[in-house]
Ligand binder design. Structure first.
Ligand code: RP5
Length: 164
Protein backbone atom coordinates (compact mmCIF):
# COMPACT_ATOMS: atom_id res chain seq x y z
CA UNK A 1 0.00 0.00 0.00
CA UNK A 2 1.07 3.61 -0.59
CA UNK A 3 2.05 5.88 2.27
CA UNK A 4 -0.99 6.62 4.48
CA UNK A 5 -2.98 9.70 3.48
CA UNK A 6 -5.49 9.41 6.34
CA UNK A 7 -4.58 8.99 10.00
CA UNK A 8 -7.20 7.46 12.27
CA UNK A 9 -6.53 8.19 15.94
CA UNK A 10 -8.59 6.79 18.78
CA UNK A 11 -8.45 7.64 22.45
CA UNK A 12 -8.49 4.02 23.62
CA UNK A 13 -8.21 0.51 22.23
CA UNK A 14 -11.81 0.16 23.44
CA UNK A 15 -12.84 2.58 20.63
CA UNK A 16 -11.61 0.21 17.95
CA UNK A 17 -14.91 -1.46 17.12
CA UNK A 18 -16.41 1.90 16.13
CA UNK A 19 -13.28 3.30 14.48
CA UNK A 20 -12.75 0.13 12.42
CA UNK A 21 -15.71 1.33 10.36
CA UNK A 22 -13.69 4.33 9.17
CA UNK A 23 -10.82 2.04 8.25
CA UNK A 24 -13.17 -0.39 6.48
CA UNK A 25 -14.66 2.21 4.16
CA UNK A 26 -11.23 3.71 3.42
CA UNK A 27 -10.02 0.20 2.61
CA UNK A 28 -13.00 -0.30 0.30
CA UNK A 29 -12.15 2.97 -1.47
CA UNK A 30 -8.49 1.97 -1.63
CA UNK A 31 -7.38 5.04 0.33
CA UNK A 32 -4.13 4.38 2.21
CA UNK A 33 -4.62 4.91 5.94
CA UNK A 34 -3.23 4.01 9.35
CA UNK A 35 -4.70 3.55 12.82
CA UNK A 36 -3.11 4.59 16.08
CA UNK A 37 -4.18 4.82 19.71
CA UNK A 38 -3.33 8.05 21.53
CA UNK A 39 -5.18 9.74 24.35
CA UNK A 40 -5.24 13.51 24.84
CA UNK A 41 -5.22 13.14 28.63
CA UNK A 42 -3.49 9.80 29.23
CA UNK A 43 -0.74 9.90 26.58
CA UNK A 44 -0.56 13.61 25.66
CA UNK A 45 3.05 13.45 24.44
CA UNK A 46 2.10 10.73 21.98
CA UNK A 47 -0.77 12.87 20.68
CA UNK A 48 1.50 15.88 20.34
CA UNK A 49 4.17 13.94 18.45
CA UNK A 50 1.64 12.32 16.13
CA UNK A 51 -0.23 15.53 15.31
CA UNK A 52 2.89 17.67 14.94
CA UNK A 53 4.50 15.23 12.49
CA UNK A 54 1.32 14.30 10.57
CA UNK A 55 1.74 16.68 7.65
CA UNK A 56 5.44 15.99 7.13
CA UNK A 57 4.64 12.25 7.11
CA UNK A 58 2.22 12.76 4.22
CA UNK A 59 -1.06 12.58 6.12
CA UNK A 60 -3.68 14.86 4.51
CA UNK A 61 -6.72 14.22 6.72
CA UNK A 62 -6.97 13.07 10.33
CA UNK A 63 -9.93 11.30 11.96
CA UNK A 64 -10.08 11.43 15.75
CA UNK A 65 -12.47 9.19 17.69
CA UNK A 66 -12.95 9.57 21.44
CA UNK A 67 -15.60 9.19 24.11
CA UNK A 68 -16.60 10.95 27.32
CA UNK A 69 -15.43 14.62 27.50
CA UNK A 70 -13.74 14.14 24.17
CA UNK A 71 -10.99 16.67 23.53
CA UNK A 72 -8.80 14.51 21.27
CA UNK A 73 -9.94 16.06 17.97
CA UNK A 74 -9.60 19.61 19.25
CA UNK A 75 -6.16 19.02 20.73
CA UNK A 76 -4.98 17.44 17.48
CA UNK A 77 -6.46 20.31 15.44
CA UNK A 78 -4.51 22.76 17.61
CA UNK A 79 -1.24 21.05 16.67
CA UNK A 80 -1.58 20.66 12.89
CA UNK A 81 -2.87 22.40 9.76
CA UNK A 82 -4.28 19.08 8.48
CA UNK A 83 -8.11 19.01 8.61
CA UNK A 84 -9.47 16.98 11.54
CA UNK A 85 -12.72 15.02 11.57
CA UNK A 86 -14.11 14.11 15.00
CA UNK A 87 -16.08 10.97 15.78
CA UNK A 88 -17.83 11.24 19.16
CA UNK A 89 -17.94 7.75 20.68
CA UNK A 90 -20.79 6.41 22.80
CA UNK A 91 -18.59 4.91 25.51
CA UNK A 92 -19.92 6.74 28.57
CA UNK A 93 -23.15 6.60 30.54
CA UNK A 94 -24.30 9.62 28.51
CA UNK A 95 -24.15 7.47 25.35
CA UNK A 96 -21.92 9.84 23.41
CA UNK A 97 -23.88 13.04 23.96
CA UNK A 98 -20.99 14.28 26.11
CA UNK A 99 -18.47 13.48 23.38
CA UNK A 100 -20.67 15.04 20.71
CA UNK A 101 -20.99 18.33 22.56
CA UNK A 102 -17.30 18.39 23.53
CA UNK A 103 -16.36 17.88 19.89
CA UNK A 104 -18.86 20.13 18.16
CA UNK A 105 -18.54 23.05 20.57
CA UNK A 106 -14.99 23.98 19.58
CA UNK A 107 -14.39 27.63 20.38
CA UNK A 108 -13.82 29.90 17.35
CA UNK A 109 -10.39 29.72 15.72
CA UNK A 110 -9.60 26.00 15.64
CA UNK A 111 -12.35 24.04 13.87
CA UNK A 112 -13.00 20.32 13.67
CA UNK A 113 -15.60 18.67 11.44
CA UNK A 114 -17.89 16.51 13.59
CA UNK A 115 -19.71 13.37 12.52
CA UNK A 116 -22.66 11.69 14.23
CA UNK A 117 -22.18 9.75 17.47
CA UNK A 118 -20.31 6.57 16.46
CA UNK A 119 -20.35 7.94 12.88
CA UNK A 120 -16.97 6.53 11.92
CA UNK A 121 -18.12 5.24 8.54
CA UNK A 122 -19.12 8.74 7.48
CA UNK A 123 -15.81 10.04 8.82
CA UNK A 124 -14.03 7.70 6.41
CA UNK A 125 -16.25 8.79 3.54
CA UNK A 126 -15.78 12.46 4.39
CA UNK A 127 -12.00 12.03 4.54
CA UNK A 128 -12.14 10.42 1.10
CA UNK A 129 -14.23 13.31 -0.21
CA UNK A 130 -11.61 15.79 0.98
CA UNK A 131 -8.90 13.77 -0.76
CA UNK A 132 -11.05 13.45 -3.89
CA UNK A 133 -10.61 17.19 -4.49
CA UNK A 134 -6.95 16.42 -5.21
CA UNK A 135 -6.95 12.79 -6.39
CA UNK A 136 -9.25 11.99 -9.37
CA UNK A 137 -8.95 8.23 -8.78
CA UNK A 138 -10.43 8.61 -5.28
CA UNK A 139 -13.23 10.75 -6.70
CA UNK A 140 -13.98 8.05 -9.26
CA UNK A 141 -14.05 5.33 -6.57
CA UNK A 142 -16.36 7.48 -4.43
CA UNK A 143 -18.73 7.95 -7.36
CA UNK A 144 -18.76 4.17 -7.96
CA UNK A 145 -19.34 3.61 -4.23
CA UNK A 146 -22.41 5.89 -4.26
CA UNK A 147 -23.73 4.27 -7.42
CA UNK A 148 -23.42 0.80 -5.82
CA UNK A 149 -25.11 2.09 -2.67
CA UNK A 150 -28.07 3.46 -4.63
CA UNK A 151 -28.39 0.24 -6.63
CA UNK A 152 -28.35 -1.89 -3.45
CA UNK A 153 -31.04 0.27 -1.83
CA UNK A 154 -33.23 0.22 -4.92
CA UNK A 155 -32.89 -3.58 -5.09
CA UNK A 156 -33.98 -3.93 -1.44
CA UNK A 157 -36.87 -1.51 -1.96
CA UNK A 158 -38.00 -3.43 -5.01
CA UNK A 159 -37.83 -6.79 -3.10
CA UNK A 160 -39.76 -5.22 -0.19
CA UNK A 161 -42.46 -3.78 -2.42
CA UNK A 162 -42.87 -7.03 -4.39
CA UNK A 163 -43.17 -9.07 -1.17
CA UNK A 164 -45.78 -6.68 0.26
C1 RP5 B 1 -12.01 7.95 26.17
O1 RP5 B 1 -12.50 7.22 27.23
C2 RP5 B 1 -11.75 6.95 25.08
O2 RP5 B 1 -11.83 7.57 23.82
C3 RP5 B 1 -12.81 5.91 25.28
O3 RP5 B 1 -13.95 6.18 24.46
C4 RP5 B 1 -13.20 6.10 26.74
C5 RP5 B 1 -12.96 4.90 27.59
O4 RP5 B 1 -11.63 4.50 27.52
P1 RP5 B 1 -11.13 3.17 28.26
O5 RP5 B 1 -11.34 3.42 29.71
O6 RP5 B 1 -11.97 2.04 27.73
O7 RP5 B 1 -9.69 3.01 27.88
O8 RP5 B 1 -10.87 8.64 26.52
Amino acid sequence: MDKPKVGIIMGSISDREVMNKAAAVLHELNVPHEMVVASAHRTPDRVREYAASAQSRGLEVLIAGAGWAAHLAGVIASLTDVPVIAVPIASSSLNGLDALLSSVQMPPGVPVAVMAIDGAMNAGLFAAQILALKYPEIQRRLQEYRKRQTEQILKKVSEFEQAG
